[in-house]
Design a protein around this ligand. Structure first.
Ligand code: SF4
Ligand code: SF4
Ligand code: SF4
Length: 247
């Protein structure tokens, strides 16, 4: 089975995470699959810029015309396309940074710059893996499922659920902004378990209820403006799913 790993406009932290966090599984990945392209590690084999692949993993957001062209070619040459991390799945902070900026006709040398978009704005994406960076465990799970023709699944519970299961003290009680009730779980409440608030780096939870969240934080005296600002900052284009009819 052929795999390929691409990087659009990004910090390349998702691919770096796979390299650093897969441990012994990284060896298994190289030994058990044909990997024709892995940005950072292996240049395209056989001279093709975008080789044919059974599964293409794509990190990063679409910001330039080069990203767009590369992505269209990836789609054409790959059986499955998987968005790797929050930049690819929602646009992440690049979407927030460029939203509302008039970039019409903006160029840097020969490169056209436009508002950052998730890859699903340009091509059909088969699966999305969220996380900034992506979780190596979730990557392995998704890969094994795809290899066995089983559909990968994203967690349907929130970070708050995982945090409560761990018995952590709730940061909202200390009037600290925490987006755990709105954020997709699966990270094991990584931040709140060490006393840092959740900023929803994995995008919105399926059950995200902004109304209920805002009522709760109002009762607890938590800063509503800061909560909404953080929500906009890291949720990328998927913030629209959470905001629905809210402002
Ligand atoms: S999701 Fe995070 S770690 Fe991955 S490429 Fe984007 S900014 Fe970097
Ligand atoms: S600290 Fe955050 S994630 Fe944990 S219970 Fe409180 S609101 Fe939920
Ligand atoms: S706790 Fe929140 S910010 Fe931290 S890793 Fe999990 S989803 Fe991301």
């Amino acid at each position: 089975m052929k795999l390929a790993f691409y990087s659009l406009t990004s910090c390349e932290g998702c691919l770096t995470t796979l390299i650093t966090k897969l441990g012994p599984d990284l060896e298994g990945l190289w030994n058990n699959f044909d990997i024709d392209y892995f940005k950072l590690v292996r240049e395209p084999v056989g001279g093709s810029r975008i080789p044919k692949a059974d599964i293409a993993f794509v990190e990063g957001a679409v910001v330039t015309n080069l990203d767009r062209e590369q992505l269209l070619e990836i789609r054409k040459n790959s059986r499955f396309v998987v968005a790797l991390g929050t930049c690819a799945s929602s646009g992440n902070i690049a979407y927030t940074a460029s939203r509302g900026v008039d970039l019409k006709g903006r160029r840097l040398r020969d490169v056209e710059i436009s508002e950052a978009e998730p890859i699903s704005s340009v091509i059909t994406v088969d699966y999305e893996l969220s996380g900034c960076p992506v979780s190596a465990e979730e990557f392995t799970d998704a890969l094994l499922r795809l290899v066995n023709s089983i559909e990968p699944v994203q967690p349907d519970f929130s970070v708050c659920y995982e945090c409560k299961m761990k018995g952590n003290d709730c940061l909202l009680e200390k009037r600290r902004v925490c987006l755990g009730p709105l954020a997709m779980g699966g990270c094991g409440a990584a931040c709140t378990s060490v006393g840092a608030p959740c900023f929803s780096c994995r995008g919105p939870a399926a059950e995200a209820d902004l109304d209920a969240y805002l009522k709760t934080i109002e009762k607890k005296g938590v800063d509503r403006q800061r909560a909404l600002m953080l929500l906009h900052m890291f949720t990328g284009k998927k913030v629209k799913e959470v905001l629905k009819n809210e402002q």
